[in-house]
Design a protein around this ligand. Structure first.
Ligand code: ZN
Ligand code: ZN
Length: 412
């Protein structure tokens, strides 16, 4: 290990009690996306105490820049949480508080280090795709442009001039300490609204048009469609009948199906989404029911940079044995870091040390050394390697970004 890495790792160990207590405090401050105001206070109080200027971005996000000049490595950290399923309140059941904690520990350990370039640490809000009505209200007020924090930051130009992106995420994988080069699926969001005509279900059903029949036909068609997908592409859809108006003696005049379509690569994702869109539309039309299908972008599948993952793995090996690193896990989860991966060389590695179900009410941190102290070390080590041996995606970035904004996010 080189002397600078050694020094940074030792500093993180010296700061351990403070890092762990701050991480607990962040875990106990769960807030939904674009509502991370208390979390923001924790972030800002650290940055102010360390005398570091910062920018406020995308309503509740922040960025700190250390060093200067080229190359520029970005570390992104999610800050948002989820609702509890059983009862009121919120919980950090995706472990994003650990990312926030890691990013703060990284800044604290590197703030006085001489750097051969720029380290930009970005706290990204609203990663979980939930709470749409609230996010739409922010968009309507012009406070953000897009429902996800990273999408909003890409559009705002936060990643212009960045060479590559590092991120980490809690992992529930048993029998390992870290994972590298795992998949993240992408998804497209569908909502199909079927509008029929109500009528007396006993006396004159022939005067009505049953919207529920169209929804049932579409559900059947979607189930048949699953034969068309190659298992290697990881295509997944779980349609739900989210609204079905009607009383038992009235022909239902309204039904709504909602589904995500997920896949591990863009080609499979868009091909599957086209088939799903066709089924949702044609089944309504087949029964002469007014049909409106909306299709919105979720996140893109993550295409990990193999070059950077090799560096990440070398830094993990400073902390653990080879057999404690899982490689190439197939995950059905998604993240807006996938969008960044289509624009710049990007990685997301995983760290264990959590227990319970992801997005479940029993999620908790159980190994604070692995979950709080190791991620900032791996990030710091990889940042130093990337400053010494840059991996840059700046060439063609403007063009890719233009296409991304237009074709994926539908920017006019
Ligand atoms: Zn999540
Ligand atoms: Zn997450």
């Amino acid at each position: 290990m080189n002397a600078q890495k050694q020094r940074i790792f030792e500093r993180i160990d010296q700061n351990a009690p403070e890092i762990i207590s701050r991480s607990r405090r962040l875990f106990d401050t769960p807030e939904l996306g674009y509502r991370e105001f208390e979390t923001g206070k924790v972030i800002k109080s650290c940055l102010m105490a360390w005398g570091l200027p910062f920018e406020t971005l995308s309503y509740t996000g922040y960025a700190v820049t250390l060093g200067s000049g080229s190359p520029c490595v970005a570390v992104v950290a999610d800050i948002d949480a989820l609702p509890r399923k059983g009862g009121e309140g919120r919980i950090h059941s995706c472990g994003h508080s650990l990312q926030t904690s890691a990013a703060l520990a990284l800044i604290e350990a590197m703030k006085e280090e001489p750097l051969n370039g720029t380290l930009k640490v970005i706290f990204t809000p609203a990663e979980e795709m939930i709470d749409f009505a609230y996010r739409q209200s922010l968009i309507d007020k012009g406070l953000v442009r897009y429902p996800s924090g990273k999408q909003d930051m890409i559009a705002a130009g936060v990643f212009d001039g960045v060479d590559c992106v590092l991120s980490c995420h809690a992992s529930g994988e048993p029998d390992c300490r870290f994972d590298v080069n795992s998949t993240l699926t992408g998804f497209v969001i569908f909502k199909a609204e079927y509008r029929g005509r109500s009528a007396h279900a006993g006396a004159a059903p022939f005067e009505g048009k049953n919207a529920l029949h169209a929804a049932a036909l579409a559900q059947t068609a979607l189930a048949f469609l699953k034969d068309r997908f190659n298992p290697k592409d990881g295509v997944n859809l779980q349609p739900v009948l989210s609204e079905a108006a009607g009383t038992v003696n009235i022909v239902p005049d309204r039904a709504v199906i909602e589904t995500y379509v997920r896949a591990r690569n863009q080609q499979a994702l868009f091909a599957a989404a086209d088939l799903v869109e066709k089924c949702l539309k044609k089944c309504g039309e087949a029964l002469d029911i007014d049909t409106e299908v909306s299709r919105r972008p979720g996140f893109l599948p993550l295409n990990q940079s193999q070059e950077i993952n090799a560096m990440v793995k070398q830094n993990m090996l400073l902390l653990c044995h080879e057999e404690e690193i899982a490689e190439g896990l197939l995950s059905g989860a998604s993240g807006d870091v996938g969008d960044l991966g289509t624009l710049l060389p990007t990685v997301q590695f995983g760290f264990t040390g959590v227990t319970g179900r992801f997005h479940g009410d029993d999620f908790a941190v159980c190994d604070e050394e692995n979950a709080c102290l190791c991620p900032p070390k791996i990030l710091a080590g990889t940042v130093l390697d990337l400053l010494a041996h840059p991996v840059s995606g700046q060439e063609g970035f403007e063009q890719r970004k233009g296409q991304y904004l237009k074709n994926w996010l539908g920017q006019k």
